[in-house]
Design a protein around this ligand. Sequence first.
Ligand code: SAH
Length: 228
Amino acid sequence: MTRRGAPRDPAGIGMTSQRTRGRMVERLRGQGIRDERVLAAMGAVPRHLFVEEALASRAYEDSALPIGFGQTISRPFVVARMVEALIAGKQARKVLEVGTGCGYQAAVLARIFLEAYSVERIRALHERARTNLLGLRLSNLRLVHGDGHAGLDKAAPYPAIIVAAAARAVPDALLRQLSPGGRMILPLKSGRADGAAQRLVLIERSGRGFAETELDAVRFVPMEAGKG
Ligand code: SAH
Protein backbone atom coordinates (compact mmCIF):
# COMPACT_ATOMS: atom_id res chain seq x y z
CA MET A 1 0.00 0.00 0.00
CA THR A 2 1.30 3.45 -0.86
CA ARG A 3 1.42 6.09 1.85
CA ARG A 4 0.89 9.61 0.81
CA GLY A 5 3.70 12.14 0.79
CA ALA A 6 2.89 15.77 0.04
CA PRO A 7 -0.74 16.87 0.37
CA ARG A 8 -2.62 16.51 -2.87
CA ASP A 9 -4.33 19.22 -4.83
CA PRO A 10 -7.98 19.51 -3.73
CA ALA A 11 -8.89 21.28 -6.96
CA GLY A 12 -7.60 18.40 -9.07
CA ILE A 13 -6.79 18.30 -12.79
CA GLY A 14 -8.04 16.23 -15.73
CA MET A 15 -9.80 13.13 -14.39
CA THR A 16 -9.88 14.64 -10.89
CA SER A 17 -11.13 18.10 -11.85
CA GLN A 18 -14.33 19.93 -10.95
CA ARG A 19 -15.54 19.15 -14.47
CA THR A 20 -15.18 15.42 -13.93
CA ARG A 21 -17.03 15.80 -10.62
CA GLY A 22 -19.76 17.69 -12.47
CA ARG A 23 -20.13 14.78 -14.87
CA MET A 24 -20.50 12.44 -11.91
CA VAL A 25 -23.31 14.64 -10.58
CA GLU A 26 -25.07 14.57 -13.96
CA ARG A 27 -24.77 10.79 -13.98
CA LEU A 28 -26.30 10.66 -10.49
CA ARG A 29 -29.24 12.75 -11.73
CA GLY A 30 -29.67 10.31 -14.61
CA GLN A 31 -29.68 7.47 -12.08
CA GLY A 32 -32.61 9.10 -10.29
CA ILE A 33 -31.00 11.10 -7.48
CA ARG A 34 -33.19 14.19 -6.98
CA ASP A 35 -32.25 15.86 -3.68
CA GLU A 36 -30.26 18.97 -4.60
CA ARG A 37 -28.47 18.96 -1.24
CA VAL A 38 -27.05 15.51 -1.97
CA LEU A 39 -26.07 16.46 -5.53
CA ALA A 40 -24.43 19.70 -4.34
CA ALA A 41 -22.47 17.93 -1.59
CA MET A 42 -21.23 15.25 -3.96
CA GLY A 43 -20.31 17.91 -6.48
CA ALA A 44 -18.24 19.67 -3.83
CA VAL A 45 -16.34 16.87 -2.03
CA PRO A 46 -13.09 15.97 -3.87
CA ARG A 47 -13.53 12.19 -3.89
CA HIS A 48 -10.10 11.68 -5.50
CA LEU A 49 -8.44 12.78 -2.24
CA PHE A 50 -9.95 9.81 -0.41
CA VAL A 51 -8.64 6.96 -2.57
CA GLU A 52 -5.09 5.70 -3.11
CA GLU A 53 -3.21 8.08 -5.38
CA ALA A 54 -2.80 5.40 -8.05
CA LEU A 55 -6.61 5.15 -8.27
CA ALA A 56 -7.34 8.90 -8.24
CA SER A 57 -8.18 8.95 -11.96
CA ARG A 58 -10.93 6.41 -11.28
CA ALA A 59 -12.39 8.20 -8.26
CA TYR A 60 -15.41 9.59 -10.15
CA GLU A 61 -16.34 6.38 -11.93
CA ASP A 62 -19.42 4.61 -10.66
CA SER A 63 -17.46 1.90 -8.91
CA ALA A 64 -16.44 0.86 -5.41
CA LEU A 65 -12.67 1.23 -4.83
CA PRO A 66 -10.24 -0.29 -2.31
CA ILE A 67 -9.18 1.95 0.59
CA GLY A 68 -6.82 -0.52 2.32
CA PHE A 69 -7.32 -3.00 5.21
CA GLY A 70 -9.66 -5.04 3.00
CA GLN A 71 -12.23 -2.21 3.03
CA THR A 72 -13.84 -0.30 0.17
CA ILE A 73 -15.31 3.12 -0.52
CA SER A 74 -18.88 2.70 -1.83
CA ARG A 75 -19.68 3.70 -5.39
CA PRO A 76 -21.03 7.25 -5.76
CA PHE A 77 -24.56 6.07 -6.59
CA VAL A 78 -24.83 4.03 -3.39
CA VAL A 79 -23.58 6.95 -1.26
CA ALA A 80 -26.08 9.30 -2.93
CA ARG A 81 -28.96 6.82 -2.69
CA MET A 82 -28.38 6.13 1.00
CA VAL A 83 -27.98 9.78 2.00
CA GLU A 84 -31.06 10.78 -0.03
CA ALA A 85 -33.16 8.06 1.63
CA LEU A 86 -31.80 9.13 5.01
CA ILE A 87 -32.80 12.78 4.75
CA ALA A 88 -36.00 12.14 2.78
CA GLY A 89 -36.52 15.77 1.88
CA LYS A 90 -36.45 16.79 5.56
CA GLN A 91 -34.23 19.13 7.53
CA ALA A 92 -30.82 17.56 8.12
CA ARG A 93 -29.78 18.28 11.71
CA LYS A 94 -27.56 15.62 13.27
CA VAL A 95 -26.22 12.35 11.86
CA LEU A 96 -24.24 9.36 13.10
CA GLU A 97 -22.26 7.31 10.58
CA VAL A 98 -20.91 3.86 11.46
CA GLY A 99 -17.87 2.94 9.33
CA THR A 100 -15.87 6.08 8.52
CA GLY A 101 -13.52 4.18 6.21
CA CYS A 102 -11.59 6.75 4.20
CA GLY A 103 -13.93 9.53 5.36
CA TYR A 104 -15.53 10.28 1.99
CA GLN A 105 -19.15 9.69 2.97
CA ALA A 106 -18.51 11.48 6.28
CA ALA A 107 -17.43 14.56 4.29
CA VAL A 108 -20.59 14.38 2.16
CA LEU A 109 -22.71 14.07 5.32
CA ALA A 110 -20.94 17.00 6.99
CA ARG A 111 -21.79 19.20 4.01
CA ILE A 112 -25.48 18.37 4.40
CA PHE A 113 -26.06 17.95 8.14
CA LEU A 114 -25.47 20.68 10.71
CA GLU A 115 -23.67 18.18 12.96
CA ALA A 116 -22.01 14.89 11.94
CA TYR A 117 -20.36 12.08 13.93
CA SER A 118 -18.58 9.10 12.42
CA VAL A 119 -17.23 5.98 14.15
CA GLU A 120 -14.57 3.65 12.71
CA ARG A 121 -13.27 0.46 14.37
CA ILE A 122 -9.88 0.23 12.59
CA ARG A 123 -7.56 2.79 14.17
CA ALA A 124 -5.34 3.18 11.11
CA LEU A 125 -8.37 3.95 8.91
CA HIS A 126 -9.77 6.35 11.50
CA GLU A 127 -6.42 8.19 11.40
CA ARG A 128 -6.21 8.12 7.63
CA ALA A 129 -9.72 9.58 7.39
CA ARG A 130 -8.62 12.35 9.72
CA THR A 131 -5.66 13.13 7.39
CA ASN A 132 -7.87 12.95 4.28
CA LEU A 133 -10.34 15.40 5.82
CA LEU A 134 -7.77 17.90 7.10
CA GLY A 135 -7.87 20.33 4.20
CA LEU A 136 -11.67 20.35 3.94
CA ARG A 137 -12.28 22.32 7.14
CA LEU A 138 -15.45 20.54 8.17
CA SER A 139 -15.65 21.87 11.72
CA ASN A 140 -19.06 20.23 12.28
CA LEU A 141 -17.65 16.70 11.79
CA ARG A 142 -16.32 14.57 14.67
CA LEU A 143 -14.42 11.31 14.01
CA VAL A 144 -14.33 8.68 16.74
CA HIS A 145 -12.32 5.43 17.01
CA GLY A 146 -14.70 2.81 18.36
CA ASP A 147 -17.02 -0.12 17.72
CA GLY A 148 -20.17 1.13 16.02
CA HIS A 149 -22.19 -1.71 17.60
CA ALA A 150 -22.31 0.56 20.63
CA GLY A 151 -23.29 3.60 18.59
CA LEU A 152 -22.01 6.83 20.12
CA ASP A 153 -23.65 7.69 23.41
CA LYS A 154 -22.12 11.10 23.92
CA ALA A 155 -24.13 12.84 21.20
CA ALA A 156 -27.24 10.60 21.19
CA PRO A 157 -30.07 10.58 20.25
CA TYR A 158 -29.67 10.97 16.48
CA PRO A 159 -32.44 11.86 14.04
CA ALA A 160 -30.37 10.13 11.34
CA ILE A 161 -28.06 7.06 11.47
CA ILE A 162 -26.24 5.56 8.48
CA VAL A 163 -24.22 2.35 8.56
CA ALA A 164 -21.59 1.53 5.93
CA ALA A 165 -20.95 -2.12 6.83
CA ALA A 166 -23.33 -5.09 6.70
CA ALA A 167 -24.58 -6.65 9.94
CA ARG A 168 -26.89 -9.62 10.38
CA ALA A 169 -29.23 -7.70 12.68
CA VAL A 170 -29.66 -4.06 13.62
CA PRO A 171 -27.46 -3.35 16.66
CA ASP A 172 -29.66 -2.60 19.70
CA ALA A 173 -27.65 0.46 20.72
CA LEU A 174 -28.33 2.05 17.33
CA LEU A 175 -32.08 1.49 17.74
CA ARG A 176 -31.92 3.03 21.20
CA GLN A 177 -29.94 6.04 19.96
CA LEU A 178 -32.37 6.79 17.11
CA SER A 179 -34.64 9.77 17.90
CA PRO A 180 -38.42 9.41 17.72
CA GLY A 181 -39.25 10.43 14.15
CA GLY A 182 -35.69 9.49 13.16
CA ARG A 183 -34.47 7.40 10.24
CA MET A 184 -31.68 4.83 10.02
CA ILE A 185 -30.34 3.25 6.84
CA LEU A 186 -28.14 0.18 6.85
CA PRO A 187 -27.22 -2.89 4.80
CA LEU A 188 -28.37 -6.14 6.41
CA LYS A 189 -27.28 -9.68 5.51
CA SER A 190 -30.29 -11.80 4.75
CA GLY A 191 -28.81 -15.31 4.49
CA ARG A 192 -26.63 -17.49 6.71
CA ALA A 193 -23.54 -17.95 4.50
CA ASP A 194 -20.73 -15.43 4.31
CA GLY A 195 -21.35 -14.41 0.72
CA ALA A 196 -25.02 -14.04 1.62
CA ALA A 197 -27.32 -11.56 -0.06
CA GLN A 198 -27.62 -8.10 1.46
CA ARG A 199 -30.39 -5.52 1.34
CA LEU A 200 -30.47 -1.88 2.24
CA VAL A 201 -33.00 -1.43 5.00
CA LEU A 202 -34.62 1.81 6.10
CA ILE A 203 -35.82 1.96 9.70
CA GLU A 204 -38.18 4.70 10.86
CA ARG A 205 -38.88 5.26 14.52
CA SER A 206 -42.32 6.50 15.45
CA GLY A 207 -43.87 7.07 18.86
CA ARG A 208 -45.04 3.45 18.80
CA GLY A 209 -42.06 1.53 17.50
CA PHE A 210 -39.93 0.85 14.43
CA ALA A 211 -41.05 0.41 10.83
CA GLU A 212 -38.73 -1.38 8.39
CA THR A 213 -38.67 -0.94 4.62
CA GLU A 214 -36.43 -2.98 2.33
CA LEU A 215 -34.69 -1.06 -0.46
CA ASP A 216 -32.08 -2.17 -3.04
CA ALA A 217 -29.88 -5.26 -3.05
CA VAL A 218 -26.33 -4.16 -2.16
CA ARG A 219 -22.87 -5.49 -1.34
CA PHE A 220 -21.01 -4.03 1.66
CA VAL A 221 -18.04 -5.22 3.71
CA PRO A 222 -19.11 -6.99 6.93
CA MET A 223 -19.66 -5.15 10.18
CA GLU A 224 -17.07 -6.59 12.57
CA ALA A 225 -17.06 -6.66 16.35
CA GLY A 226 -14.58 -4.80 18.56
CA LYS A 227 -11.87 -2.28 17.77
CA GLY A 228 -9.01 -3.04 15.37
N1 SAH B 1 -18.27 5.28 4.48
C1 SAH B 1 -16.99 4.72 4.11
C2 SAH B 1 -17.14 3.28 3.67
C3 SAH B 1 -16.18 2.41 4.41
S1 SAH B 1 -16.38 0.69 4.25
C4 SAH B 1 -16.26 5.58 3.10
O1 SAH B 1 -16.81 6.58 2.63
O2 SAH B 1 -15.10 5.27 2.82
C5 SAH B 1 -17.03 0.28 5.84
C6 SAH B 1 -16.21 0.63 7.03
O3 SAH B 1 -16.88 0.14 8.18
C7 SAH B 1 -14.81 0.01 7.07
O4 SAH B 1 -13.86 1.02 7.20
C8 SAH B 1 -14.86 -0.89 8.31
O5 SAH B 1 -13.62 -0.95 9.02
C9 SAH B 1 -15.93 -0.20 9.15
N2 SAH B 1 -16.54 -1.04 10.17
C10 SAH B 1 -16.84 -2.37 10.14
N3 SAH B 1 -17.39 -2.77 11.31
C11 SAH B 1 -17.43 -1.67 12.11
C12 SAH B 1 -17.86 -1.42 13.46
N4 SAH B 1 -18.36 -2.41 14.21
N5 SAH B 1 -17.75 -0.17 13.95
C13 SAH B 1 -17.23 0.84 13.20
N6 SAH B 1 -16.80 0.67 11.94
C14 SAH B 1 -16.89 -0.56 11.39
